[in-house]
Ligand binder design. Structure first.
Ligand code: NDP
Ligand code: 8X3
Length: 260
């Protein structure tokens, strides 16, 4: 399949498209000719990139200001889509965040709530709103963004890692529940990717965020977008269940090769 023309106006819905991995996915799928339905809380950011995305090759771009932690808002946004945007072909459940790196027994309850509400419940709300249409149309592919953090827990990361372990269980469960339909489910599980992720985790402390990537070469958001583009362009009878990708300087979520 020619990836550069693979999508030919098919609708790709990306949550958390205002930054990092989601934004890189928007660029890659635009270049592959997809029509893009993009969601995030910061709609101004989405608006800034819409012109570039059309120039790259997206036939149409539709923007949603959406907080995935709000179940009524999620259901309303999907139910209220203009008719020509309803047939979502690919859903990339990417919106997510981490907050803090405290020991569990000293953790902030608000941080826990925000991570669970966004990474677990938000993913579920979007899935519940979008997947019935895929099943009834008899086509669709859900890509959930997991993490190496969901495979091995690291110190201070218990709750974030638990949300990504939950993503893994939800992806596996959904794949079983759509068995017998043509709908596909893939979990894409990156290691360290340089995005705004660590700035968000440390609430704008850019020095602390920069130290996360010090002495190693992290993945770029485009590396993850490449993996997603590959998984979603396999022949219709092929389901890629999981892709785990790390920088060459990372063996798993605990072990890194950092130059002094
Ligand atoms: P960024 O902080 O760069 O991007 C996060 C995106 O999620 C933003 O677009 C943000 O948009 C959106 N988002 C956060 N909360 C909400 C919400 N309540 N409603 C809607 N959108 C929301 O980080 P990344 O690109 O790195 O993160 C993307 C995904 O990748 C996350 O699920 C993360 O857990 C995962 N991941 C990241 C890795 C990394 O090392 N960076 C590695 C493995 C997985 P806005 O603020 O405008 O709403
Ligand atoms: C994000 C990667 O290792 O910083 O999921 O948690 S990590």
């Amino acid at each position: 399949m020619d990836v550069m023309t693979a999508f030919n106006g098919k609708i790709v819905f990306i949550t958390g498209a205002s930054s990092g991995i989601g934004e890189a996915c928007a660029h890659s799928f635009a270049a592959a000719g997809a029509s893009l339905l993009l969601a995030a809380r910061r709609k101004d950011r989405l608006e800034k990139s819409a012109t570039d995305l059309r120039r790259l090759g997206a036939p149409n771009v539709h923007l949603l200001q959406l907080d995935v932690t709000q179940p009524m808002a999620v259901a309303g946004a999907i139910a209220g889509l203009p008719e020509e945007w309803k047939a979502i072909e690919i859903l990339i459940n990417n919106a997510g965040l981490s907050r803090g790196l405290d020991k569990l027994y000293a953790g902030q309850i608000d941080d826990w709530e925000e991570m669970i509400d966004t990474n677990v419940k938000g993913l579920l709300y979007v899935t519940r709103a979008v997947v019935p249409g895929m099943v009834s149309r008899g086509r669709g592919h859900i890509v959930n963004i997991g993490s190496t953090a969901g495979e091995i827990t690291y110190p201070g990361g218990a709750v974030y890692c638990a949300t990504k372990a939950a993503e893994r269980a939800i992806s596996d469960g959904l794949r079983q529940d759509v068995l017998g339909t043509p709908v596909r489910v893939t979990s894409v599980d990156p290691g360290m990717v340089e995005t705004e992720f660590s700035e968000v985790r440390f609430r704008g402390d850019t020095d602390r965020a920069a130290k996360v990537y010090q002495g190693l070469t992290p993945l770029k958001p485009a590396d993850v977008a490449d993996a997603i583009l590959w998984a979603t362009t396999r022949p219709a009878h092929v389901n890629i269940a999981r892709i785990s990708l790390t920088p060459i300087d990372q063996a798993n979520s605990l072990l890194f090769n950092r130059k002094a």
